[in-house]
Write a protein that binds this ligand. Sequence first.
Ligand code: ZN
Length: 152
Amino acid sequence: MLSNRTIELVRLQVNIKDVVSDYATLQSSGRKFKCCCPLHNEKTPSFHIDPVRNTWHCFGACGEGGDAISFIEKKEKLSFIEAVRFLAKKHNIPVEEDTQVSQHVQQRALLEEQLHLPQLSKGSASCSLTHVCPLLVTFWGQNEDFFHFLAK
Ligand SMILES: [Zn+2]
């Protein structure tokens, strides 16, 4: 798992103008920049970059916009996390792994496996759950959605 700090650093430090200039030739347009959209084929520039807000927007066929991470997601066809890693590597931003989070996810997966959650029959567990399986209650804590699921 990537740490939130790494994601924040990429958001703050990676300049959308630098990122897009690898894929297209930018023209300055007042305080902004524009170019032919690197995400779709076009001959007149409808891809705008706002260096102050550090965002992009394509007013052409894409009709959407975002930040450097979302641009790389679309251009390189990567997931959000992969796009963050891609940009961090390129811009020499140290990547921190959040081991606590990944441990938590692993524990959760293990517990779910042990409890065979999908095999629990719906409705059987709602009232006597605390007696039947204290571990389950500890695990799900106050996750109301889960109890609603059981009660259906
Ligand atoms: Zn476009």
